[in-house]
Design a protein around this ligand. Sequence first.
Ligand code: PEP
Length: 251
Amino acid sequence: MRKTIIAGNWKMNKTNAEAVEMLTELKGLVAGIENVGIVIGAPFTALSDAVRAVEGSNIEIAAENVYPKESGAYTGEVSPLMLKSIGVKYVILGHSERREYFHESDEFINEKVKAVLAAGMLPILCIGEKLEDRESGRTAEVTETQIRGGLKGLTAEEAAKVVVAYEPVWAIGTGKTATPEMAQETHRQVRDVLVSMFGEAVAEEMTIQYGGSMKPENAVELLAQKDIDGGLIGGASLKAASFAEIVKAGK
Ligand code: PEP
């Protein structure tokens, strides 16, 4: 049985005090939920405090990026070991904002996926088509290229640790959501690519999250789809109450 994982992505939001306040409230709201993975992605500055704030709870902390080198002359960057050493469990990689604003390629993202796994953490690999791709019927082609590029060279055992987040770029932060049927269709295509890369047994166990304006009002319907195994949530993860409702929809 694959695991449902509801992950928040705070992006460039929240001071440390705000992060601790939200997580303290969230802990109470999701206490006792065991059949859903609960993850919050926080900015680098808040990670240590966030890890401490959720200690002993069912919430795990993700970083939103990493640099794929162990150490060295990479001014301003943060290594996998640094994240691992403070208790970070997941790293969000290849988010469309990083692909767009920081020109991250599938090749570079692939280096990061490998570095995160080598350090003993779990990658959340984001993929997704832009509006022009969808409108020109290229969704399957674009997502396949991103998956094959992002997971290139991984063994089946390594791939089994990766969470894939399918996020149609046109639905991120726009209030537009893919219909559950539309999302399911692409999730199935994504899983088929994973089957061809790593075999049926591994692909069937991999968590594929949906992301793109997921909120309490649409989470139940999206999460009811056969191949949607959770969510990556931006805006609605900033408030404990709305994020907790989505977690409960994943139960
Ligand atoms: C995201 O940033 O990954 C995301 C899905 O954002 P939102 O939920 O705000 O669309």
